[in-house]
Design a protein around this ligand. Sequence first.
Ligand SMILES: Cc1ncc(COP(=O)(O)O)c(C=O)c1O
Length: 447
Amino acid sequence: MTRSPLEKLLERELARFEGSHPRSRALAADARRSLLGGVPMHWMVRWPGGFPVFATEAAGAHFLDVDGNEYVDFCLGDTGAMAGHSPAPTARAVADQAARGITLMLPSENALRVADELARRFGLPLWQFALTATDANRFAVRLARAVTGRPKVLVFNWCYHGTVDETFAALADGRVVARAGNLGPPVPLDETTRVVEWNDLEALERELAHGDVACVLAEPALTNVGIVLPEAGFHAALRETTRRHGTLLVIDETHTLCTGPGGYTAAHGLEPDVLTIGKAIGGGIASAAYGFTEELARRVQAAIPQDESDVGGVGGTLAANVLSLAAMRATLTHVLTEEAFERMIALGERWAAGVTEAIARHGLPWDVQRLGCRAEYWFTPSPPRTGGEAAAADDHELARFTHLYALNRGILLTPFHNMALMSPATSEEDVDAHSRVFDEMCGELTA
Ligand SMILES: Cc1ncc(COP(=O)(O)O)c(C=O)c1O
């Protein structure tokens, strides 16, 4: 059997990874005794080296592993650490708060200050808190159904909004089906969900015309099947169509916060009824929030029976805990600031330019996409325009190689696509280190 050049390169990289990560390898083997699949969270089995790197410490845009290897982190906990690892103001506020109480089921003044700041950034006046973006989305969907009296949610093909049951739907020959890998869906997905392709306004109009969709849940740009940007006029039409059909618009800014301090919403003047956000806003401490327009807040308030508000399906004992709020206040006030975004976005541009140059130099049929301080490369000559196209462009073997090549040279990319995120602590040197490694890799692939 002849091996393709890519297979040979991949084999070489796997051997190099094993050789330079003996301690991680031993821990991964030991972990099989007490962790399901040898990992604390099941998808960690998908890291490209065959076992995950075990980290010891992280600071800013860097981390160390148990074998003493140092990495530039462009994954940043898939946005959870977008503020950088342990940013000093957040770490101080968390330590200070932890010494004075962690959770009470009572509000702290920080709740007001964070809500005020979120209102200032995103333009929605009234807020609630959760601990994960998944929960913020679940609660938004539930409340949308409650106030509209409609049963369904509409999402875009290949979206990701966390582990929200209704969103694990996909299109197969125009039919709504459970996404591949969807474990134990409570009901068939076509009972809860309508799905259309991103940028397909005709399908959006057709599906909303059924009159049974409580809300559209959308990222401003798809970011979880790679970055798929909205076409000109898409958001204006999405807003107009949802309003005309009495469907609420929930915009999930969890990843698109990379666009700027007020996310894509502020940068492009979106007018959602609900905005959800999690991950980065607490600097890595479990935090999420969802905000409403004044009008929708009135409807939500009217829909919640005061005496049963603790069993309405929206909650979480630890949600809005004082530690989480202290972390959000410090991160939003001192770390993810306007000045920080200016630098982060410039670094995103630098990263994209470095990759673009290398692609051109080596004549690869690849392209680069960027949204603010998040950028990635595609194995296609131009970026896809729908989730379906993006998913079809995936090349599993090639992606495994590109990730492992980078990892072996001290660079962590976001898993499952070739994505890099810049933090306030990321430096030009970090970005240039990636450009050099990427250029070298392109050279090997085209040799
Ligand atoms: C856009 C978006 N929304 C929500 C989530 C869910 O976040 P979490 O897993 O922290 O609940 C994710 C996770 O990747 C996401 O990308």
